[in-house]
Design a protein around this ligand. Structure first.
Ligand SMILES: Nc1ncnc2c1ncn2[C@@H]1O[C@H](COP(=O)(O)OP(=O)(O)OP(=O)(O)O)[C@@H](O)[C@H]1O
Ligand SMILES: [Mg+2]
Length: 333
């Protein structure tokens, strides 16, 4: 990896940022995607995924050389001149259904491709987050148990396919970015990630409209997305909901780079538990989460209870996210 030693980060124009990386304008029509600490493991998968996506007919920014700056890993890539669909829909909410539908169609085309050689499987990827401090023990156990009953696959999964990761160019081309989490797996696992995102996702720096819009229109976006997806390729809906159980729990780790305030953690856990219960019902099984007693002393018994106890918990409970399951490599670093 080349070291961009004599470049001052502060002198670069920032094009955007997300939970995983910051993106800066670079010379020669390129952009530098500079990963946040803890995400350097996503550099290589992205470098494998993008050429494979392009070869399979999925628009993506052409990849340039790997480049580190200020001790952070990064990748040069084609700079795309276009707005991401999340921002676009924030400005023009009437486009929500159409863009969600388009997102579903592109996603189905990607998932129809075989995964490139050399990327991890969704099951392997799950092992990276399942023991993280952000995941309470009872949810980690449920994720493990659910994963054991889910088959792998060999399709090309982006694993973070959402409106914020699609840029719309002037000519109407929709370019898919942010390939660092890609994996080989079944299409249902990838669609489940998107459905989870549509239900739980929170833009990093939302405009006033984006604070309200997602809450109001999440079901419409999910409906249009799934409709678009199924028009290109049908999939097993019950199986997709089983994957949502896993993906919802994984969602707790998404915000790791920009840590939420401790008071916010119970709210996130409660939202994840709500989606897990819904997913279990939609998958056709008995919801088991509500019957499962978390280990004595874990925060989650308090998260689920109401009234005074819950408010006390929101005041901050340091014990909550002690690494009772074990630290992931990222957390140990
Ligand atoms: N190649 C590019 N050309 C121009 N702008 C880009 C490019 N890649 C990313 N951006 C801008 O930066 C924003 C964030 O990029 P990206 O999705 O790669 O970050 P991230 O941290 O991986 O996101 P996430 O929160 O989904 O993990 C995009 O929405 C877009 O506005
Ligand atoms: Mg992104």
């Amino acid at each position: 990896m080349t070291e961009g030693a004599n470049v001052d980060l502060a002198s670069l124009e920032k094009l955007g940022e997300g939970y995983e990386a910051e993106i800066f304008a670079w010379e020669d029509g390129q952009a530098l995607r500079l990963f946040r600490e803890g995400y350097e493991g996503n550099v290589e998968p992205e470098r494998v995924a993008i050429p494979a996506a392009l070869a399979g007919g999925i628009p993506a920014p052409r990849i340039g050389e790997a480049l580190s700056l200020g001790g952070r890993a990064g990748t040069l890539m084609e700079r795309i001149h276009g707005e991401n669909l999340l921002d676009l829909v924030g400005r023009k909410p009437w486009l929500l259904a159409r863009e969600s539908w388009e997102t579903g169609r592109i996603h189905a085309k990607l998932n129809a491709l075989p995964a490139p050689e050399g990327i991890a499987t969704v099951h392997e990827r799950s092992q990276e987050w399942i023991g993280s401090v952000e995941v309470p023990p009872h949810l980690a156990a449920l994720a493990r148990e659910t994963l054991e009953g889910l088959e792998g696959g060999d399709r090309f999964c982006h694993c973070d396919f959402h409106a914020g990761n699609i840029l719309l160019e002037r000519g109407g081309r929709r370019v898919v970015i942010d390939w660092g989490s890609c994996a080989a797996g079944p299409p249902e696992a990838d669609a489940a990630r998107t459905v989870t995102h549509l239900r739980l996702g929170e833009p990093l720096d939302p405009s006033p409209a984006m604070r309200v819009l997602p809450r109001l229109f999440r079901p419409l976006a999910a409906f249009a997305y799934l409709r678009g997806y199924r028009q290109v390729a049908p999939f097993d809906t019950a199986l997709m909901w089983r994957w949502v159980v896993v993906r919802a729990i994984e969602y707790l780790v998404t915000v790791r780079a920009i840590r939420p305030s401790e008071a916010d953690i119970p709210r996130r856990v409660a939202a994840v538990e709500g989606l897990v219960t819904l997913a279990q019902k939609r998958a056709g099984g008995e919801p088991r989460l509500s019957r499962r007693q978390p280990p004595a002393g874990s925060c989650c018994s308090q998260v689920r209870s109401h009234g005074r106890q819950r408010r006390a918990h929101q005041g901050g409970c340091r014990r909550t996210f002690e690494p009772t399951v074990g630290l992931s490599p990222v957390d140990r670093a």
